[in-house]
Design a protein around this ligand. Structure first.
Ligand code: AHM
Ligand code: MG
Length: 335
């Protein structure tokens, strides 16, 4: 049995960040995860799933758990001298902490509770995180530029999936590893090392209720999937929690799609704390992630809560979607 601590100290060899620093981040993450996990396990007997009258920056109703998880992350990250600043889905502005903004070496992005609208019906939800090195010199206060880095600068990203088991999936630039929370030991235990997407996939995951407002290329791709029925059937599966839908694709082979729609002109998912961390994991597991045009990790962000169309999963499936998008764009130029 290999604990998270043992794994990091024995296997980690990414020199951009020390083993001690990685372990301190995981200690923080684990503490908040225990709180979220506890409330998830109480189901509807916990009053943390109630809708609040407050909305986040994206205009979505928050539940108590969104706010509690966010506050816990903030409180505990404040005590971590390495963190210069954080961005959270639940906070309009960048958060910095006095001395740390001058001397902290890292920038932290967090989606405290992803898929929270699923929480009150006992459907898996997640937490997504991502860490960058600061770009401004140590000793001066960090600025927006430290946060507006493309995803290819991430040094660590991951998610926690609160399902029947609570699992942690992460990368530190040396493969993707899966750990499972063991309640008796009160820590994460290694369950799969160096996970890769299967070479082929036959599951697509999209909110097809939005079909009428999808771009032409996506409609054609979905039609193509359905037309495979006789030779190579492709199944449709959609939980509505990014972490759960991506995790299924990672283990079974498949693709997650959230294109731009009429309601979400630039896509619904948020580049900095949803798309980038998942894209980094996808690529480290030999998968792909694109906005339909370029690699997600190469997008230069303009603002911290920016959204993006998102297609990620098995490499060949992502390439196929991209082809449908590009073909339909060149068709419309010709016509
Ligand atoms: P959230 O972080 O506010 O919960 O929103 C993100 C979620 C993703 O987890 C999920 O894939 C997507 O929104 C579902 O959107 P929709 O309900 O439009 O299908
Ligand atoms: Mg989210």
């Amino acid at each position: 049995m290999i604990s998270l601590r043992k794994f990091i100290f024995h296997h980690h060899n990414n020199f951009l960040i020390s083993k001690e620093e990685i372990y301190s981040f995981f200690t923080i993450i684990e503490l908040v995860v225990k709180i979220i996990r506890y409330h998830v396990s109480l189901g509807n007997t916990s009053n943390f799933f109630q809708k609040k009258n407050t909305k986040n920056i994206h205009g979505e109703n928050q539940i108590t758990l969104d706010i509690i998880a966010n506050n816990n992350f903030k409180d505990i990250l404040k005590t971590c001298s390495n963190i210069a600043g954080i961005v959270s889905e639940e906070e309009k502005k960048i958060i910095t902490f006095q001395e740390q903004e001058k001397y902290g070496k890292y920038i932290f992005f967090i989606d405290p509770v992803d898929g929270s609208s699923n929480a009150d019906i006992n459907i898996p939800i997640g937490t997504i995180f991502s860490i960058y090195p600061r770009v401004s010199p140590i000793g001066i206060s960090i600025s927006e530029q430290d946060f507006l880095q493309p995803g290819n600068q991430q040094i660590m990203s991951g998610y926690i999936l609160y399902g029947p088991a609570t699992i942690l999936v992460f990368t530190i630039k040396s493969g993707v590893h899966i750990f499972t929370y063991h309640p008796s030991y009160e820590t994460f235990i290694l369950s799969q090392k160096n996970v890769k997407f299967p070479d082929t996939g036959n599951i697509y995951s999209i909110n097809e209720g939005n079909y009428n407002s999808f771009p032409k290329g996506i409609k054609k791709y979905l039609q193509y999937c359905k037309n495979q029925y006789d030779q190579n059937p492709i199944s449709s599966r959609y939980v509505g929690s990014l972490v759960a839908d991506f995790h299924r694709s990672l283990l079974k082979g498949g693709i997650y799609l959230y294109p731009n729609t009429q309601s979400y002109m630039y896509g619904k998912l948020r580049l900095m704390y949803e798309c980038n961390p998942i894209a980094y994991l996808a690529e480290e597991a030999s998968g792909k992630a694109t906005n339909g045009d370029i690699r997600i990790l190469d997008i230069i962000p303009k603002f911290i809560h920016q959204c993006s169309p998102f297609f990620s999963g098995t490499a060949s499936m992502v390439e196929m979607v991209k082809k449908f998008i590009l073909d339909s764009q060149s068709d419309s130029i010709k016509n």
